[in-house]
Design a protein around this ligand. Structure first.
Ligand code: GDD
Ligand code: MN
Length: 406
């Protein structure tokens, strides 16, 4: 069977040449591999021994999809030669996707998913850290419709980790804590690499992070699914090496940050327009009031230090514009994009638009009081009101790129 033009070559094995025609495939087990040749034979046997009874009871089939990144140790070939006798009588087929070049764990899982025919999906590692005997229990939860996503969890009662160094344990616990807190997740093991779900759960998601943590993205992006955690003991691999690295840790933090932004944006869109508009306006004017204090404080400080009223006044104005900008960015408009060039551009917009506001106030006061003969205090009040309205609306639209209303 020829592969598609993105460098993936799929092969099917099994009782009927691997072509199960999509009929009654109850489960696709997706396994990303990189240099796992020593683990594959045992893994395949263990999966077969674990699920063949349940498959028979269900009168259904399952498929294993190994997604290998051209492992130098020949993982794909080892998998291929071990497939045929694994699948005899076992209602099981093994597909091997060979990808060219190392393209990463997440994308491997996604490629596996594209090729999956099962109505349910399990994602697991190849190094036997994730015990295959747990698969039937997970599948049963889904088939009995007790939930839509089952997480094999190290951090619920009864779960644990064996043979990991203190350092690796600490990393895992903190990675998990960071995700649960920042992303406000209600599960104990949010970074588990071992989980099962109905296939539609994964199909609705547009994955955007590049990290190790496919489960995190699922938990953040899919709403209203029923999630269940079942305990297991993670056993450190006895063959081959972990691919964990500093780069993966950094990718992880980036992924959490991206998902945090995603969640905020979504929540913001969900809030009703009028509530949002009013809360933005209230914050904007509070910030404005705080700017008066900053303006006054820094100007009088600068004056006592430099004894130059013009420089002092200018200092006050600049400091208050800057502190207003920062507060409005982070608090009023909840803008979490801190990229330097982007923020500087916003800052210059903010200065420009606020200067226009100043000019507007100046002109209006003049127009109303001098030309139309209005009482000066009243003219000032109206001008300040209109100028600050301009400041709020124009910055909302152009500096922080929001709709005027909502
Ligand atoms: N195709 C492909 N490409 N597979 C990969 C790649 C890659 O670039 N990198 C790693 N894998 C495969 C490995 O061969 C293994 O089957 C699985 O992905 C997990 O890799 P490990 O290197 O064993 O990861 P780990 O044990 O350090 O981390 C595991 O446990 C963590 C628990 O905190 C993973 O399951 C993590 O997802 C999990 O969070
Ligand atoms: Mn591992």
């Amino acid at each position: 069977m020829q592969g598609s033009d993105d460098g993936i070559l799929g092969r099917g094995y099994g009782r009927d040449g691997g072509d199960d025609g999509g009929s009654n495939v109850v489960l696709s087990i997706i396994i990303p591999t990189y240099n796992e040749s020593e683990n594959i034979p045992h893994l395949l046997r263990s999966i077969r021994d674990s699920i063949q009874l349940l498959l028979k009871q269900l009168d259904a089939r399952a498929e294993i999809i190994i997604v290998d990144d051209d492992s130098p140790d020949g993982t794909a070939d080892v998998a291929e030669s071990n497939s045929t006798h694994i699948t005899d009588e076992a209602r099981l087929s093994v597909k091997i996707l060979r990808r060219y070049g190392r393209r990463g764990l997440l994308s491997a899982v996604l490629d596996g998913l594209k090729n999956a025919k099962g109505s349910n999906v399990v994602v697991m590692d190849a190094d036997l850290s994730h015990p295959p005997p747990l698969i039937p229990t997970m599948l049963d939860e889904l088939i009995q419709d007790r939930c839509d996503l089952v997480i094999a969890s190290r951090y619920v009662d009864g779960g644990s980790v064996e043979n990991w160094s203190m350092k690796r344990k600490a990393l895992s616990v903190s990675a998990n804590m960071i995700a649960r807190m920042i992303l406000n997740l209600n599960v104990k093991d949010a970074v588990s690499g071992f989980f099962a779900c109905k296939r539609w759960v994964l199909e609705g998601i547009e994955f955007t992070t590049s990290g190790y943590k496919i489960l995190l993205e699922v938990l953040v992006k899919v709403n209203n699914i029923r999630v269940k955690e079942i305990p297991y003991t993670f056993v450190n691999r006895s063959h081959g090496k972990s691919k964990f690295s500093t780069k993966i840790a950094i990718d992880y933090l980036r992924a959490v940050w991206l998902l945090y932004r995603y969640g905020r944006k979504k929540r913001r869109e969900e809030r009703r327009g009028s509530v949002l508009f009013l809360s933005r306006a209230a914050r904007f004017y509070t910030v404005g009031a705080s700017g008066l204090l900053v303006n006054y404080g820094t100007a009088s400080l600068a004056n006592s230090l430099l004894a130059n009223v013009h420089i002092a006044t200018l200092t006050g104005i600049l400091c208050s514009i800057t502190s207003n900008f920062i507060l409005n960015k982070l608090w009023t408009f909840e803008d979490t994009d801190l990229a330097v060039m982007y923020t500087l551009k916003q800052y210059s917009y903010y200065m420009g638009l606020s200067s226009v506001g100043g000019a507007l106030q100046f002109l209006l006061t003049h127009l109303l009081s001098q030309i139309y003969g209005m009482n000066y205090n009243l003219a000032l009040l109206i001008a300040i009101g209109l100028a600050s309205m301009w400041n709020f609306l124009s910055n909302k639209k152009w500096t922080f790129k929001e709709r005027i209303w909502g």
